[in-house]
Design a protein around this ligand. Structure first.
Ligand SMILES: [Zn+2]
Length: 266
């Protein structure tokens, strides 16, 4: 892996790349896997850092993130998207760190600056490129770290299993996003995906190909369920998501609604 040290063993706490280190939040659940990954980004030796997704509003976790800064100042808090498991602690964390919060969605910003596709952030030698990746949610962003050849993916790509299309997401956008991420990963030689939940993925192209194939399979299964007479999203979930833990069925239903909207527009 051309000299990059990407520790993949063990739990995701402390995992990452030279410039991105994970602090795992204690909010494990079927939806959030081991918990939300809060990423501390910094150039080695620098006195400033960026913090991505403070996670839930959990004082002990937020203070642990402050501890992981090792005295570094937080230049800004960045959100991959506005879902509560990533953003609920942002306001409190921003207070503790005296830092602004930057997000695509105005509702989640603290301070004057937003975040949008194409933005380039530079913090003491650390470079972060913002990639607009709508789909999982309308406001999803990924963050590309060219120096580590790593992409922070939020909930657009997870470290295990696959992601759901949320009620505020869009499947057509999501499929476009997966194609864009795959093309980008190939073009820039991405070596790691740093997800919002679950472990680091060290084969970005294989992971993205797997995601596209999975979405196609699910769409085919929804089409078959419709052809077999399933009438409501709930009935489709019972057939298509029979293999998925029942606690995930409400999320699966949002995903089925997104798939139905997509199929209607074809
Ligand atoms: Zn999440």
């Amino acid at each position: 892996m051309s000299g990059l040290r990407i520790p993949l063993g063990g739990g995701p706490d402390g995992s990452g790349t030279p410039r991105a280190v994970n602090v795992l939040a204690p909010n494990a659940s079927p939806m959030t896997l081991d918990g939300t990954n809060t990423w501390v980004l910094a150039e080695p030796g620098a006195e400033s850092a960026l913090v991505v997704d403070p996670g839930p509003d959990d004082e002990a976790h937020l203070r642990r993130v402050i501890g992981h800064l090792g005295g570094r100042r937080v230049a800004a808090v960045l959100l991959t998207h506005g879902h509560a498991d990533h953003s609920a602690g942002a306001r409190r964390f921003a207070e503790l760190a005296r830092a602004p919060v930057r997000a695509l969605d105005r509702a989640h910003r603290l301070g004057d600056e937003g975040l949008a596709d194409g933005d380039v952030l530079a913090v003491e030698g650390l470079e972060v490129r913002v990639v607009g990746t709508p789909g999982h949610s309308f406001d999803s962003l990924c963050f590309w770290l060219p120096q580590d050849r790593a992409m922070l993916t939020g909930d657009t790509v997870l470290g295990r299993g696959t992601t759901m299309i949320a009620g505020d997401g869009d499947l057509a956008d999501y499929l476009t996003t997966l194609d864009k991420l795959r093309a980008t990963a190939e073009e820039v030689g991405a070596q790691a995906l740093l997800p919002g939940h679950g472990p680091v993925l060290d084969d970005p192209i294989a992971a993205l190909d797997g995601y596209v194939a999975h979405r196609r399979r699910r769409l085919d299964a929804v089409r078959r369920a419709l052809a077999a007479g399933a009438g409501t999203p709930g009935e489709i979930v019972e057939i298509v998501y029979a293999d998925v833990d029942r606690s995930l069925w409400p999320a699966a239903e949002a995903s089925v609604r997104a798939q139905l909207r997509y199929l209607e527009r074809l």
